[in-house]
Design a protein around this ligand. Sequence first.
Ligand code: ADP
Ligand code: MG
Length: 145
Amino acid sequence: MNKTIHIESLAAMRDFAAEMARTLSGKGAVLALSGDLGAGKTTFTQILAASLGVKRPVTSPTFTLVCEYDLATGQRLVHMDLYRLNSVSDLDALGFDEYIQSGDLICIEWPDRAEGALPSDTLYMKIEIPKNDPLSRIVTLTQRD
Ligand code: ADP
Ligand code: MG
């Protein structure tokens, strides 16, 4: 699967994330969120979390690397930000493989830091800001068939 979506505004991003929440709810999934700083990886995760019923504020796990939120389905939403990951051995310390195998819904910012450790059915989501329109986003979804 390879699909590109033009998202016109933050409001449209809310609709898109809510739709993704409906699709992913109750399923285990690994979402690899890539894009420059400010592209909207954390914003997307926040809206996804809210759409899944998370009431706690979702903040960027920049220093803790991982935050967990309990969902009504009994699953967890696991939000990782691997920007500050120094080495692959840090992944072990984080319990990365356990998270991946947990059947939870995992959102990973800066997933390139964990390349090789991501499962083959990872859903890759790249967010880009078009130069001429800073409030819109181009989202490319890729998943191996
Ligand atoms: P990242 O986690 O990728 O570094 P953030 O989510 O922290 O990015 O920041 C994205 C910023 O862009 C937020 O301030 C958000 O409000 C803003 N923004 C504006 N328009 C959009 C949009 N259409 N989709 C996502 N974020 C948007
Ligand atoms: Mg972020």
